[in-house]
Design a protein around this ligand. Sequence first.
Ligand SMILES: Cc1ncc(C[n+]2csc(CCOP(=O)(O)OP(=O)(O)O)c2C)c(N)n1
Ligand SMILES: [Mg+2]
Length: 320
Amino acid sequence: MGDLTPTKALELHQKMWEIRLFELSASRLYKEGALPGFIHLSIGQEACAVGACLALESNDYITSTHRGHGHCLAKGASPNMMMAELAGKVTGYSKGRGGSMHIADVAVGVLGANGIVGQSAPLACGAAYTAQVKKTKQLALAFFGEGATGAGPVHEAMNIAAIWKLPVIFFCESNRYAELSPYDVHVSVPNVSVRASNYGFRGLTVDGSNVAEIYEAVSTAAADARGGNGPVFIEAKTHRWHGHYEGDPMTYLRPADRDTENRVDPIEQFEKLMAERLKIGDEAISAAKQTAAEIIDAAVEYALNSEDPSPGVMYEDVLA
Ligand SMILES: Cc1ncc(C[n+]2csc(CCOP(=O)(O)OP(=O)(O)O)c2C)c(N)n1
Ligand SMILES: [Mg+2]
């Protein structure tokens, strides 16, 4: 648990619940037909988004993926505006025009969800380069999946980040599948973190269900990056509980992943740690969960009560 304080632990815990409840609400609303388009959920992966983002400063940047709700929430994006965007409402981040994969909030350092697999990495390098040139001590953390580590842009980004010693953290959520392909079908090594050594920087693999371990790993990597030591690659071994997209029949699941009984719940696991190691009482733990539930219920209500965009909104924000 490192030097995690009870206050920080409660913050991590509440944020994981916010993400879990946001995603469960999105899943339900999607089934009810209230959310148009595609959504990719991160249930089971909450510790990654939270451990990573809460180890950053508020003016640091993240770049995200198609599975980005958790990242954006953890970095401080508004649950109301996010849910409204998913619902295609005018009060959403992109006035309802973009949906789940087009959420960005530069004010809190969210440089955007991204439907193009692998492109979060070069974007983070761009933000990190700006910080380096301006000497702002900010850093950028790129989220991507293990599938993206087979894509060229991630390797180009790792190469340039190493050469220029950019303040970047490459954060890979290694969640067993890329779309419908199990890990061993598309990755040739047991841990993708070894790939960092090809570019001459540190790569490590952590337990992606352990929020405290992730928080510590990212805190150390952030200090390294800010100190001018260049990038770090962190691979978090996690577990995608839902399909690639909502509605995915998941016929491709490996037998071990069909067994839902024995899978580790990152939130439950952390609650045990909070009680046993940090001596945080049940009341405080339940209160944090309750606060998360209120925030997400309010976001659902906000989204459902918001207006649809008028057709004219299509022509707004087109020209810079
Ligand atoms: C450049 C590009 N190629 C292919 C796709 C189609 N695609 C969407 S998600 C995905 C798999 C991504 O897997 P991974 O990086 O492991 O992320 P995960 O979905 O597991 O979070 C693919 C191939 C895409 N969106 N962009
Ligand atoms: Mg994956």
